[in-house]
Design a protein around this ligand. Structure first.
Ligand SMILES: Cc1cc2nc3c(=O)[nH]c(=O)nc-3n(C[C@H](O)[C@H](O)[C@H](O)COP(=O)(O)OP(=O)(O)OC[C@H]3O[C@@H](n4cnc5c(N)ncnc54)[C@H](O)[C@@H]3O)c2cc1C
Length: 657
């Protein structure tokens, strides 16, 4: 799991006053001494968890019975508990920092094998096996709504985690059109809507005190962006209900331990865990890997490859904030300059929003972008800073003034060659496993909702056209210049080892960038805040930044380095080319030609219509087919046209029309 949470109840508990008093007494006893643990891993080092972190994590779980007490924890990004979870996640993060690269890593652990021996079956058990049930259940339900026979296999319980996902309402409502959720269910899973949404950056030169957000003028104040709080457990429960009601199969507490890819299907080795309900093996025509960052399939595909960037995040949902000031959210905020973090340097960013569990409850995340150099800090190091900085950021005297309901910590890896290119026939990645989410926000749900209509069409097309080889699957997850261009932004927001930019450099960059976007208006700013990078908007922003701050641009180039800048420029040009191609493909003259070349993708709906004698409509649907390309070429062209549109961010215009 890339992300863990220490969770406790928001129900029965001691009165906040008593909790605060106990906490204050404990704090007085708190010693700044640390517990030193000899870490395991390829490179021995000291792993330090401060007594304060231990006390707060342990206390967090003592305040009341967990909302999930008696129920097994959900897995994946965000599942888990307490100090043990912190040690475990830090252990994985340490092993990533110290991992051998390339040939030095030795042979990859084998999870996927390929064989030319056909499956001994007339028909696979399922059309699609979705591995991993967090975002996997969304994908499964969308495919099932298209008439596919789908199974979801989840190692843990399929129940969502105790945290909140923030998205924009139209993104969530896109599930209605896909038949995944009803409008009424959409309204039910929303636990909170809040406004306004702010972005702001500390300016040390202004004389403002560091640490306190109230002293920092926001660079942007907007509304209705990522302002909808969704509870994963409610969302997943509702979708699962819809999936099972229509005959979908969920196998919980069932781990997949290997996949054999054959010419006519894939065979999944499944082992029921701890009372789980899976059979010993399952066959499916297509395997959808939704097993997150830690997917064993991705591990094999990326063996020996260190992430190019990492976002470390720690945070908490806490009770006891001033209710009258708990309506707005910060999308991204800084309250300090670049600071020392253990042996490294980095810039801390903040996100904060009201939680749906109560009017005094607020979630605050502190995150930093770094690389996976061995000297980088642990999550325990970040938590130590969080206990000090969060109260200042939120105008509290001390961390003991609020009641911790949940503590969260995790790492999000980024690879520059994302989304992950398909490695095998019959296996495709979706969700965090695919690397399709923005390297800046890591909003995996938001990214999936944006791409799900396209991916559902593409997977249905691949299944009905029987085009499930590696090249066809790679065409579904192909290069997206907008995603690749975003990678440089992450790099500019981090401090590379051996470099020492001025302490205020990243804040200045952010202030200029967000100030320019704000002045260019909603058309530029709103897509960017929702992880959509568009050629025109980016171009305008860069030109305006250069004219307004000509002396600062060379500093950006020096800080990023010539290699990444050249690389980024390539993606920027590609973004322009994709935008042009998508514009032409959608133009009144070219669109019919394009459609006639691509033909109409097969779908169960069309097949049913034809079967039911609705020939007239079916013919109309299938009309305009020049029939100059074969089935495979048409499939590839359909994927290319989608790649132009989604890769250039033009899909945003449809969703937000
Ligand atoms: C604290 C936090 C806050 C976040 N906030 C937001 C937000 O506001 N908006 C947003 O869009 N995103 C947010 N995200 C990101 C979002 O949670 C992730 O993008 C999302 O959970 C990814 O889902 P996934 O299904 O791809 O992977 P995961 O959540 O990692 O789930 C993978 C699943 O696969 C299962 N699995 C793994 N191995 C096996 C196996 N061998 N066999 C069977 N099953 C297996 C795991 O048990 C797990 O359930 C947040 C993440 C965190 C941690």
């Amino acid at each position: 799991a890339a992300m863990e949470t220490s969770s406790v109840s928001i129900g029965a508990r001691r009165p906040p006053g008593i909790v605060r008093q106990i906490r204050r007494e404990e704090r007085r006893r708190d010693v700044r001494s640390v517990t030193r643990i000899r870490a395991s891993g390829s490179k021995a080092e000291e792993y330090v968890v401060s007594d304060r972190t231990k006390r707060l994590l342990e206390g967090c779980c003592k305040i009341g019975p967990s909302e999930t007490e008696g129920k097994p924890q959900a897995g994946g990004a965000g599942g888990g508990t307490t100090l043990e979870a912190l040690r475990r996640v830090d252990g994985v993060w340490r092993s990533i920092r110290n991992m051998p690269e390339g040939d030095a890593a030795g042979p990859a652990p084998v999870f996927v094998t390929e064989s030319s021996v056909r499956l001994d079956t007339n028909r696979c058990d399922y059309d699609v096996a979705v591995c991993g049930g967090t975002l996997g259940i969304l994908v499964a339900t969308a495919l099932q709504a298209r008439g596919q026979r789908v199974v979801v296999i989840e190692r843990g319980p399929l129940r969502g985690r105790d945290q909140e996902w923030n998205i924009s309402r139209p993104e969530l409502e896109s599930l209605v059109a896909l038949g995944v959720l009803t409008q009424a269910q959409c309204d039910e899973v929303i636990t909170k809507e809040f406004n306004p949404i702010r972005c702001g950056f500390y300016d040390g030169e202004s004389g403002a005190p560091s640490g306190d957000a109230s002293a920092i003028e926001p660079a942007i104040v907007t509304k209705d962006i990522l302002n909808t709080g969704v509870k994963p457990s409610l969302l997943l429960d509702a979708i699962r209900g819809n999936f099972e009601a229509k005959g979908g199969v969920v196998l919980e507490k069932t781990a997949i331990s290997g996949i054999s890819v054959r010419p006519d299907g894939a065979e999944l080795d499944t082992s029921p865990l701890d009372g789980g309900d899976g059979p010993g093996g399952i066959t499916a025509r297509l395997v959808v890997d939704c097993m997150g960052f830690a997917s064993p399939i991705v591990r094999q595909a990326r063996w020996g490859q260190k992430p190019d960037g990492v976002c470390l995040v720690v945070g908490a949902c806490a009770r006891g904030f001033d209710e009258s000031a708990n309506e707005s959210a910060d999308l991204i905020y800084t309250t300090t300059d670049i600071t020392a973090i253990d042996q490294s340097k980095g810039q801390y960013f903040w996100e904060a929003f009201p939680a749906g569990s109560g009017p005094e409850d607020r979630t605050t995340y502190m995150f930093t972008y770094i690389d996976a150099h061995p000297s980088r800090p642990s999550l325990a190091d970040l938590l130590d800073d969080y206990w000090d900085l969060m109260p200042k950021y939120q105008g509290l005297d001390s961390i003991d003034d609020v009641e911790l309901l949940r503590v969260l910590f995790g790492y999000f890896p980024t690879y520059r060659d994302s989304p992950l290119p398909a490695r095998w026939d019959r296996i495709t990645q979706i969700g965090d496993a695919s690397g399709m989410q923005s390297p800046l926000s890591f909003g995996g749900l938001a990214a999936l909702l944006r791409h799900l209509p396209r991916l559902t069409d593409a997977m249905e097309d691949a299944l009905l056209s029987d085009l499930l080889d590696r090249d066809c699957l790679a065409a579904m997850n192909q290069y997206q210049p907008a995603l690749s261009a975003s990678w440089l932004f992450q790099k500019c927001m981090s401090v590379s080892p051996g470099t020492s930019p001025p302490d205020g450099f990243i804040n200045k960059l952010m202030r200029i960038n967000f100030g320019v976007m704000s002045s260019l208006g909603d058309e530029v700013m709103r897509p960017f805040l929702q992880d959509v990078v568009k050629f025109g908007s980016l171009g305008k922003t860069l030109v305006t930044m250069t004219t307004r701050e000509p002396m600062f641009v060379p500093q950006i180039l020096i800080q990023a380095g010539p290699g990444p800048i050249v690389d980024w420029f390539r993606h920027f040009i590609a973004l322009g080319a994709y935008d042009l191609a998508a514009g032409i493909a959608e133009s009144p003259i070219a669109a019919p030609v394009c459609r006639a070349l691509m033909g109409t993708a097969p779908s169960r709906e069309l097949i049913e219509k034809a079967r039911n004698g609705e020939a007239a409509r079916s013919e109309a649907d299938f009309a305009w087919d020049f029939a100059v390309l074969d089935k495979r070429q048409k499939f590839m062209l359909r994927r290319k046209v989608e790649a132009w549109k989604w890769g250039s961010g033009r899909d945003y215009d449809d969703q937000h029309a």
